[in-house]
Design a protein around this ligand. Structure first.
Ligand SMILES: Cc1cc2nc3c(=O)[nH]c(=O)nc-3n(C[C@H](O)[C@H](O)[C@H](O)COP(=O)(O)OP(=O)(O)OC[C@H]3O[C@@H](n4cnc5c(N)ncnc54)[C@H](O)[C@@H]3O)c2cc1C
Length: 465
């Protein structure tokens, strides 16, 4: 379908290259925004910046092809970005070509795929909030509905995500069933789980190093409602805190815990399946909107100086809780975080050793992270997630992610660097090149076969082995 569209739109006399899937694609000149005047770009938290030689905003798939195919005008590496919401140096591409997908953001429509599943076909630059609202209006949903509405489909299709999902794996790429990308030669290629198996699943672990995603098919299901019981509890010891979180996890269908570790307290959002439905019932208002706005502000500000209500029995559409966050200024409180994945069997050990580490750090420096986000993520077979996070086969992972409200705080940097060693080396956790900062060589491994030189930045090169 895409190749047909390209053929229809492109003038016949333009140069042609072979498509990887057998067809011929027609290349056009580049029509989107092109900047090569030395501008620098920062991430959402303003603590990661980069000065690419060229910045481009493609407005068509042919534009993406034109960029990748022309290494003189668009210097290597070409690295794609969406909303620049990532916390690590994943966006850093000094002297290369930064390709932003924000103008490729159509939700193309619902369809049945080759094996009869209902999927939404969506362009890579579409933000998750926009996608969720579109799906909600059509009575369907993707099982993954994280709080972050700014993240783009292309980034999360091949990158790392987490959320405590109701009935399904808690990372976005698990729900992607097919994708279309531009490879290192500038060819349009498609891959799907049913036609390409292992190659497809490996591609979804590639962070954009194997190709630039321009379009995805994502599995959807009839929309469901969620019931949340929100509470706050304090515990006398780290062991009892761990037991309390595990109990909260067992009592419901999915739980998000925000743990105030140094205070041995936790906020719980215990989620229960509440039957079919696409919109938040009127009877849940205004409590639902009050809770959503307070939670959004808390996340925006890194949980500093904000109070979150504790409603019970709140029934709502989770699509409403996928939120947009304004781009903060450098003097504003704003979320920054680190991500670590562990197997559920390690829960008590991780909480207790992390508590001891945090208290020792606080004693020495007077500093402790504002809190720790705990998500529980259902994993799939290793064949479906061969590399990186969630790649240890069926089971449940949890994250224990410290966060703060000032990404520029030097003690936060020191804390995170030291904690990386404990979490990854001692506790055996997995880290993410998109969501874990200050990683060193060897702390994340990306197989060489996934990394094409045309797309591999210096930041990613250190993880390729
Ligand atoms: C306030 C806030 C809240 C957050 N909450 C959550 C949360 O609840 N759950 C969660 O999982 N994450 C959360 N995040 C992290 C965020 O979801 C991820 O970092 C996400 O990947 C950001 O998407 P993006 O479009 O901004 O990617 P960018 O930061 O723009 O790009 C990140 C990387 O994605 C890859 N990439 C981007 N586009 C493409 C493409 N088209 N093709 C191939 N590769 C591509 C590249 O490697 C790129 O460097 C949060 C972040 C913030 C700032």
């Amino acid at each position: 379908m895409i190749r047909n569209l390209l053929r229809e739109r492109a003038p016949a006399d333009l140069p042609k290259i072979n498509g990887a899937n057998g067809g011929t694609t027609t290349m056009s000149s580049f029509h989107g925004i092109f900047q090569n005047e030395g501008r620098s770009f920062s991430n959402w938290g303003l603590h990661r910046s980069t000065k690419p030689a060229v910045y481009v905003e493609p407005i068509s798939y042919a534009d993406v092809q034109a960029v990748v195919a022309d290494s003189e005008r668009f210097p290597t590496p070409v690295s794609p970005v969406g909303s620049l919401a990532s916390v690590t140096s994943t966006i850093v591409n000094d002297g290369g070509t930064m390709l932003c997908t924000r103008k490729l953001d159509d939700v193309i429509g619902l369809e049945r795929d080759g094996i009869g599943r209902q999927v939404v076909r969506v362009q890579a630059g579409c933000r998750l909030k926009k996608l969720n609202m579109w799906l909600q209006a059509h009575g369907v949903e993707v099982a993954f509905q994280a709080e972050i509405g700014e993240a783009t489909v292309g980034s999360v299709a091949v990158g790392d995500t987490k959320e405590s999902s109701l009935d399904g794996p808690g990372y976005f790429s698990a729900h992607v069933t097919a994708l279309t990308y531009v490879n290192e030669k500038g060819e349009i290629c498609t891959l799907s789980d049913h036609a390409d198996g292992a190659t497809f699943h490996e591609f979804k672990c590639s962070f954009g190093l194997a190709g630039i995603v321009v379009e995805c098919q994502v599995e959807v299901r009839p929309a469901t409602l969620c019931k949340s019981d929100v509470s706050l509890a304090a515990f006398p010891s780290p062991e009892e805190l761990a037991a309390g979180i595990l109990r909260a996890h067992e009592e419901c269908d999915a739980v998000l815990a925000i743990v105030f570790l140094h205070q041995l307290a936790s906020f719980f959002d215990q989620r229960h399946k509440a039957g079919p439905g696409a919109t938040t019932p009127a009877a849940s208002q205004p409590a639902c909107e009050d809770f959503r706005l307070a939670k959004r502000l808390a996340i925006q500000h890194g949980f500093e100086g904000v109070e979150v209500p504790q409603p019970k029995g709140l029934i709502y559409s989770r699509a409403d809780f996928v939120n947009e966050y304004w781009r903060p200024t450098a003097d504003e409180r704003r979320l920054d975080f680190q991500y670590y994945e562990h197997d559920l069997s390690q829960f008590t050990r991780v909480i207790v050793e992390t508590y001891n580490f945090t208290m020792a750090f606080q004693k020495e420096t007077g500093y402790a992270p504002n809190g720790w986000a705990t998500y529980f993520v259902n994993r799939l077979d290793k064949a479906k997630k061969p590399f990186g996070l969630y790649s240890s086969g069926p089971g449940v992972s949890f994250s224990f992610d410290p966060f703060c409200s000032n990404p520029a705080e030097p003690r936060w940097h020191r804390f995170s660097q030291a904690y990386n060693k404990l979490a990854i080396k001692t506790l055996g956790g997995n880290a993410s090149p998109i969501q874990t900062q200050w990683l060193e060589k060897g702390e994340v491994k990306i197989p060489k076969k996934l990394a094409r030189p045309r797309f591999t930045t210096a930041y990613y090169q250190q993880f390729v082995s």
